[in-house]
Design a binder for this molecule. Sequence first.
Ligand code: ATP
Ligand code: MG
Ligand code: FE
Length: 339
Amino acid sequence: MRVLGIETSCDETGVAIYDDAPGAGLLAHRLHSQIEMHKDYGGVVPELASRDHIRRLVPLVRGMMADADISADSIDGIAYTSGPGLAGALLTGALMARSLAYAWGVPAVGVHHMEGHLLAPLLEAEPPEFPFVALLVSGGHTQLMKVEGIGRYELLGESIDDAAGEAFDKVAKMLGLDYPGGPSVARLALTGRDDAFKFPRPMLDRPGLDFSFSGLKTAVLTARNQSEDSPTKVADICASFEAAAVDTLIRKCLRALKQTGLKRLVLAGGVSANKRLRHDLALALKPIGGQAFYPAPAFCTDNGAMIAFAGAQRLRAGERQDLTVNVRARWPMTELAAI
Ligand code: ATP
Ligand code: MG
Ligand code: FE
C-alpha cells in the first residue's frame, strides 16, 4: 500500500510517500521549515504558521511526486496529522489531505502526531521489536511509554510542567540564542564546561517516572542574572544545562526499563537528535545490556515520513476517516485504538 503523508501540526510542512510493499519503504519526502519566518518572534506564531502551510503544501506535494516520478494514480491512501498541535495549522493539512483523497478516490486517515514520532524509528534498517519502552522528547511532550504494539500504549510518566524541548527553547531565549533552542544550546554546549554550574536534576530524588523542567529553567535564569554575560559564561550555562537535562532523561529511562523489565528503549521527537543524549545514553545502557533505537536525525523533528508510515499501518488495518474534516488540538495518545 502506497501512502502519501502530510504533516502540518506546527511549523514544519512535511510530505512523504511510504510504500509498505517488500523492498519499497520510504519513496520520497520533502520538508519546508518555517524556522526563518518565526525566528524574529522567538517562537511559533500560529496564524503565520497556518498561512504558510497553505502556501507550501501544493508545491511540496507536486514537486516531490514529480521528482520521484510517482503518479497520483499509484497512491492508495492519504495520511495526515489530525492532532495534537495548533488547530489552524492542523486544519490546513487535514483539508489538503481530505480534498486529495476525494479527488483521487482513495481513503484518508488522521494520524496522531506523537504516534508518528514514536513509530519513526521503525523506518530504520534495523527497527526495534515490540515490546519496548519509548521516551518521547519533543517541543510539546516529554513522556515515557510502555509500547506493546501499534496503538497499545501505557503512559508510565510525563512532564508535569515544561517539555524537554520547550526547556531547551526557553533557556536559549533567556541567553539570547536563536530559536529553536535545542540545536543552538547544543552547539554552544560543545565549547562550555558542563560542571561550571551545579544545576538541579529535578525529581530524581523521588520515586516515579514523571519529569519536571521548570526548576531547572529557573536555576538557569538565576545563573544568568548572577554576573555579567560573557561568551564563556553563556557556553558554560549551555553545557551545564544540557548535562542536567540529559542526565535527568537518562536516569528516568533506566528506571522505566527496570520497572518494566524491558531492555529495548526507543527515543523519538526533536530532543532525541541531541548528540550528548545519544552518547551518554549508550554508556548508561551498556552495563544493563540495554539497546537504544532512534529515528534518523532528519526524522527526529517533525516530518511527513513518520506520518506516511504511521498512516500506512492504520490504513492497512482498515482505519478510515470519513468526509468530515476533524482535528484535535489536544489528544492523549493512550486513547488510540490498538491495531
Ligand atoms: P510536539 O511533537 O510535542 O508537538 P514539536 O513538534 O514542536 O512538538 P519536534 O519537532 O519533535 O517538536 O521537536 C522540536 C523540539 O526539539 C524543539 O523544542 C527543539 O529545540 C528540540 N531540539 C531539536 N534539536 C535538538 C537538539 N539537538 N538538542 C536538544 N533539543 C533539540
Ligand atoms: Mg518544529
Ligand atoms: Fe513534533
